[in-house]
Design a protein around this ligand. Structure first.
Ligand SMILES: Nc1ncnc2c1ncn2[C@@H]1O[C@H](COP(=O)(O)OP(=O)(O)OP(=O)(O)O)[C@@H](O)[C@H]1O
Ligand SMILES: [Mg+2]
Length: 378
């Protein structure tokens, strides 16, 4: 995988965010005996990478903790005790909680305790800095914010890699990849890679542009027929369209009563979907389009503004899919790629593309789930 092959080996090679890297280094040196730092910023901007490289360069051991470790506070105590011994090679230790968001509300108590008692600095990465769970913790932490990687430096980076890899491409295609990646290096590398496997086909992010149009029609029109046509023409499943709506209604509708009506329709869709899942009552599916129309009709009038619709967040989709099989697949990928399950989700599309083009082989059942999850045609 390109994102693995071209992963920077030193902090100097990290694109952008050099000031942030410098600040983190300084912070760690200053907080050898404890303290807490939150790092936040957009996906694929090098947050996890930076912490790992900084620890390596400063010769600190990283003690990695995940959501599971906070389920039982005893674990944390044991860990602190067992990590007291100093190893010969390391200058110190850093407790590292990547993806603090995934710690449950009840687990946060243990995080609080840890911050109070830890003899080592604690570095935490957070997706949603405005999450309510963080209100209290934030008061005890310093914060470093990462930014998206700027287009010109991402462009240069991709060009170099395309050359080295002999991927046939041109400035227009690279520009498009850079623009759609939205400053996310991992996404850009994954797109470049899927292009190299599948040069003829449009890259998968174009599919996202199409869903953009579908959502745009539904949220902008007040004509039921337009909604039906948009649903019919979409290559996404109804479920997916609903996730997109759920994520973006709040960006489009402004009045309280509009939001109330739209969320009411959404919750009715949710009830139907649950019934379909539980009793395999597929016939109920036919009620969903009318409820999507209800979402469209929730607004008093059309908003003329431009809205930059966002894809449904991982947690929204993942929570709804609750598919044990998908979970198992992500688990496998996470072991294989040495990333968390959440990050593995970022690789689903690329892996699907690699499987589809027979670059890699996986077992039949996993393939089925993978294609279903990514909306690939078999
Ligand atoms: N600033 C960067 N410079 C060079 N490569 C990068 C950068 N950011 C990300 N990458 C590439 O993307 C991969 C993923 O990066 P990383 O895990 O650090 O992202 P992240 O900011 O932690 O994202 P997430 O919020 O999804 O966890 C890296 O292995 C690397 O290949
Ligand atoms: Mg990360």
């Amino acid at each position: 995988m390109l994102s693995k092959k071209y992963k920077p080996g030193t902090t100097e090679e990290i694109l952008g965010n050099q000031k942030q890297v410098f600040e983190i280094k300084k912070w760690i040196k200053k907080n050898k005996k404890g303290g807490a730092l939150i790092i936040t910023g957009p996906p694929g901007s090098g947050k996890t990478l930076s912490v790992e490289l900084i620890a390596k360069e400063l010769k600190y051991d990283l003690i990695k903790l995940g959501a599971g470790d906070f389920r039982n506070p005893e674990n944390i105590k044991k860990l602190l005790l067992s990590s007291q011994q100093k190893s010969l090679m390391s200058k110190g230790k850093i407790i590292f909680i990547d993806e603090l968001d995934s710690v449950s509300s009840s687990g946060f108590k243990a995080v609080h305790e840890l911050i109070k008692q830890s003899p080592y600095p604690i570095v935490m990465i957070v997706d949603d800095i405005y999450s309510r769970k963080l209100v209290n913790i934030k008061k005890k932490c310093d914060i470093v914010k990462f930014y998206k990687i700027r287009q010109p430096s991402l462009m240069k980076f991709l060009k170099k890699i395309a050359e080295k890899e002999g991927i046939r491409t041109n400035d227009i295609i690279l520009k498009k990849i850079v623009a759609t990646s939205n400053g996310d290096v991992r996404a850009a590398l994954n797109d470049l890679e899927s292009l190299s496997v599948n040069p003829g086909e449009d890259n998968y992010r174009d599919v996202e542009n199409k869903i953009f149009e579908t959502i745009n029609v539904i949220l902008k029109t007040k004509n039921p027929e337009n909604v039906r046509i948009a649903l019919k023409n979409s290559n996404k499943t109804l479920d997916e369209i609903v996730w997109w709506l759920e994520e973006n209604i709040k960006r489009e509708y402004e009045k309280k009563e509009e939001l109330a009506k739209a969320y009411d329709a959404l919750s009715r869709i949710d009830v139907i979907q649950t019934r379909i899942m539980k009793r395999q009552a597929w016939s109920l599916q036919s009620y969903i389009p009318d409820l999507v129309i209800a979402i469209a009709l929730s607004k008093n009038e059309k908003y003329k503004k431009f809205v930059n619709y966002s894809p449904p967040t991982f947690f929204l989709m993942y929570g709804k899919r609750k598919s044990k099989k998908l979970d198992a697949l992500l688990e496998k990928m996470s072991k294989e790629l040495h990333v968390s399950k959440k990050t593995a989700m970022n690789y689903l599309n690329l892996v699907a593309m690699l499987v589809k083009n027979k670059v890699i082989k996986i077992d039949k059942e996993d393939k089925h789930i993978l294609f279903e999850a990514t909306g690939q045609i078999k």
